[in-house]
Design a protein around this ligand. Structure first.
Ligand SMILES: [Mg+2]
Ligand SMILES: [Zn+2]
Length: 182
């Protein structure tokens, strides 16, 4: 049965590209996983809408600016396009943990924003894929199904084991995509 909403929302760092404890601060430090780019293209080609929801507090902390972030996202989109797919919307939170915003995951603001931009009535049936607990919590809060990947911080998140009761766990985005499209 086709789900009501064919949407996959991806966290960025640790899912699409290598994460860094020192933040991904420049285009040079933005290192996409080839398997993830390929997987996004496969999702698009199979008719899934793909969006990205990413916390980027490095902006609030002054480590990089919005223009740099947009350059990374242009690069990401370009790679996905070259692989034959597209990212339909990229939502990011530029705030820090103490800014009191409503978009920083684990809050569902970014995901609800994606729902509105894509003119969907609900996120029921949509997937949220991340490598951190807060991604899954944001997904749960927005009514998505949640999946953890072991790339980035994912193996550590799995090891901690907290909050994973409803999450499917996969090695990486390629493995999630294999499962979703099978
Ligand atoms: Mg992440
Ligand atoms: Zn925010």
């Amino acid at each position: 049965m086709t789900p009501a909403v064919t949407l996959v929302i991806l966290d960025r760092d640790g899912v699409i590209n290598q994460d860094s404890d020192d933040y991904v601060k420049s285009l040079d430090e933005f290192l996409p996983y080839p398997q993830a780019i390929e997987a996004i293209a496969r999702l698009s080609q199979a008719g899934w809408t793909v969006a990205v929801a990413t916390n980027q507090s490095g902006i609030a902390r002054g480590y990089f600016d919005v223009a740099t972030l947009e350059a990374m996202h242009a690069k990401m989109q370009e790679l996905v396009n070259a692989a034959g797919g597209k990212i339909d919307h990229i939502a990011y939170c530029p705030h820090g943990p103490d800014d009191g915003c409503s978009c920083r995951k684990p809050l569902p603001g970014l995901l609800n924003g994606i729902r509105d931009v894509l003119k969907l009535e609900t996120l029921e049936g949509a997937w949220m894929v991340g490598d951190s607990l807060r991604d899954l919590q944001a997904g749960d809060a927005a009514g998505c199904q949640s999946s953890l990947v072991r790339t980035g911080k994912g193996a550590h998140t799995e090891q901690k084991g907290e909050g994973l009761d409803h999450a499917r766990v996969f090695d990486d985005l390629a493995a999630f995509t294999d499962w979703l499209l099978c």
